[in-house]
Design a protein around this ligand. Structure first.
Ligand SMILES: [Zn+2]
Length: 138
């Protein structure tokens, strides 16, 4: 994974505080948005360096990760220009983290039979519901 940013942003302190891409985990160089049908779609742009073309021009190499239709900025106390959170993608990852935490908790605490049955039924319903939603995407 490449984590090359613009020169002025390289350095120990920056690499710690720079926002990481919720999609690939790479350092975000800057944000780009595209307006489609009155909605904004956000991309994390990863700067990968320059290449010189045969005619002597400099071409910027970037890789883009789609973040989602929603985004907002929050002001970081120390790095107001760098502290950016992307709601769409971050929210999605958060759901996965909650789920992981839930799965871990099930193996750590002792649950009685009725509670276990209730959890199983809820998970069955959830699985069924999620499969229906996934089918709608196909
Ligand atoms: Zn990325």
């Amino acid at each position: 994974m490449s984590e090359v940013g613009p020169k002025e942003h390289q350095g120990k302190e920056e690499s710690v505080s720079r926002p990481k891409c919720p999609r690939c985990g790479g350092v975000i160089s800057y944000i780009e948005h595209q307006k489609k049908g009155g909605k904004y779609y956000y991309y994390a742009v990863h700067y990968l360096g320059y290449t010189k073309t045969s005619n002597g021009k400099v071409k910027k190499n970037v890789r883009k990760c789609y973040l989602g239709p929603k985004a907002y900025n929050y002001v970081s106390r120390t790095h107001s220009d760098l502290g950016i959170v992307f709601e769409g993608a971050v929210e999605e990852r958060r759901v996965i983290h909650y789920l992981d935490a839930f799965i871990m908790s099930l193996t750590k605490i002792e649950l009685d039979r009725p509670t276990l049955i209730e959890i199983i039924n809820k998970l069955k319903y959830l699985t069924q519901r999620l499969e229906e939603i996934v089918k709608e995407y196909e």
